[in-house]
Design a protein around this ligand. Structure first.
Ligand SMILES: Cc1ncc(COP(=O)(O)O)c(C=O)c1O
Length: 381
């Protein structure tokens, strides 16, 4: 039995009729770019989240760039970003013209270390971008407190957190401008690229709408210089079908995470040696397990062992952003963010998707346990 990392074909089979009908509607109406399917999805997603506005864009990276720009942030400004996130969080700050300033990770939640934010604030800082990494929310209340004290915007990167709750509230609605990705493998994924900015601020929503479509609200009248960052009709139609299933799929992911936890807990002895550290749902969180990420010193060997057994895994992410060649000019060094660096060297994402079967979970767990057992007993010899 092989176990894929994600199985988008299995999901398609389950909703094929609805998806095929939705795609046919777009083709028949030729509303390929923005249009009624995108508008319907924007309204439905805003409603699902409990936000006033959702503006669809062509991917999550564009969503972050436009959110930063719509908050009036650009050249000469600094934006605080965790060092342990997907590259796009920082890249979008840079393409908006501002400079990312990195902060270390919290080793328990894997989200930004709230105790280290204030030391990174300068008179140029304009915003903090907490990332709800792997589907676990960042600890937002202290972040809002710091932001209020220093008059900063909070821009949530909720690219991995469709349906995540923080103290009972949906993330991606709490900052001034909030960003989602609908990359196909996300908990809510399009059939191609997609993203959105979600906000309660009418002015931010209007600016994102202008920026995504050549600075234009009225055809051939361009009020500002913008971009072509529009969401396609096909993606709106597919996302609208899939949104109805999101909560159910998230529940399944949570059940799979609980099962992994049960089956792996005796390999989880606090992180010494080759033992596994399992992900934890923090008391303030409803984690939606976009990724189920374990940690071990023997990460590379474990990945090889699983691969030989036909089990696909991923590493999210192997190089923290402050050590990426693209940001060499910012002058960061190895050792600047020890928690993010340790995480990058140790994390391994196990297969996680709603359609994962009990047999597949058991197979992954058995393979992980056989590795942990052999490695640990070897260590005792
Ligand atoms: C945390 C995070 N931020 C931003 C992005 C960028 O989204 P996209 O790939 O849709 O541009 C992603 C997606 O991969 C992500 O995981």
């Amino acid at each position: 039995m092989t176990v894929p990392f994600v199985d988008l074909q299995a999901q398609y089979r389950a909703i094929k009729r609805e998806v095929d009908e939705a795609i046919a509607r777009v083709v028949e109406s030729a509303a390929f770019i923005l249009g009624p399917e995108v508008e319907a999805f924007e309204a439905a997603f805003a409603d699902y989240l409990g936000a006033r506005f959702c503006v669809g864009v062509n991917n999550g990276t564009a969503a972050i760039q436009l959110a930063v720009m719509a908050c009036g942030i650009g050249a000469g400004d600094e934006v605080i970003v965790p060092a342990n996130t997907f590259f796009a969080t920082a890249e979008a700050v840079s393409t908006a013209g501002a400079t990312p300033v990195f902060v270390d990770a919290d080793p328990l939640s894997y989200t930004i270390d709230i105790g280290k934010i204030e030391a990174a604030i300068t008179e140029r800082t304009r915003a903090i971008i907490p990332v709800h990494l792997y589907g676990q929310p960042a600890d937002l209340d202290p972040i809002f407190e710091i932001a209020a004290r220093h008059k900063l915007s909070v821009i949530e990167d909720a690219a991995q957190a469709h349906g995540t709750l923080y103290k009972g509230r949906r993330v991606g609605t709490l900052g001034r401008a909030n960003c989602f990705s609908f990359y196909p493998g996300k908990n809510l994924g399009a059939y191609g690229e997609g993203g959105a900015v979600v906000t309660d601020d009418a002015d931010v929503a209007r600016r994102v709408r202008l920026l995504r479509d050549h600075g234009s609200e009225q055809k051939y009248q361009h009020d500002i210089i913008g971009y072509n960052f529009r969401l396609e009709g096909m993606q709106g139609a597919v996302l609208n079908v899939k949104l109805k299933y999101l909560d159910g799929w998230n529940d399944l992911r949570r059940a799979h995470a609980a099962r992994y936890h049960e089956l792996l807990s005796d390999a989880n002895n606090g992180g010494g040696g080759n033992a596994l550290t399992l992900p934890q749902e923090l008391p303030y969180a409803r984690h939606i397990y976009h990724l189920y990420v374990v940690q071990t010193e023997a990460r590379d060997a474990l990945q090889k062992h699983l691969s030989a057994a036909g089990i696909q895994t991923g590493i999210h992410y192997p190089v923290p952003i402050h050590l990426q060649p693209a940001y060499r000019s910012l002058g960061y060094r190895q050792g600047d963010f020890p928690a993010a660096e340790r995480q990058a060297a140790r994390v391994l994402s196990l297969p996680m998707f709603p359609e994962l079967t009990d047999e597949q979970i058991a197979r992954v767990a058995e393979s992980v346990r056989s590795f942990a057992g052999s490695q640990l007993s070897a260590a005792h010899v």
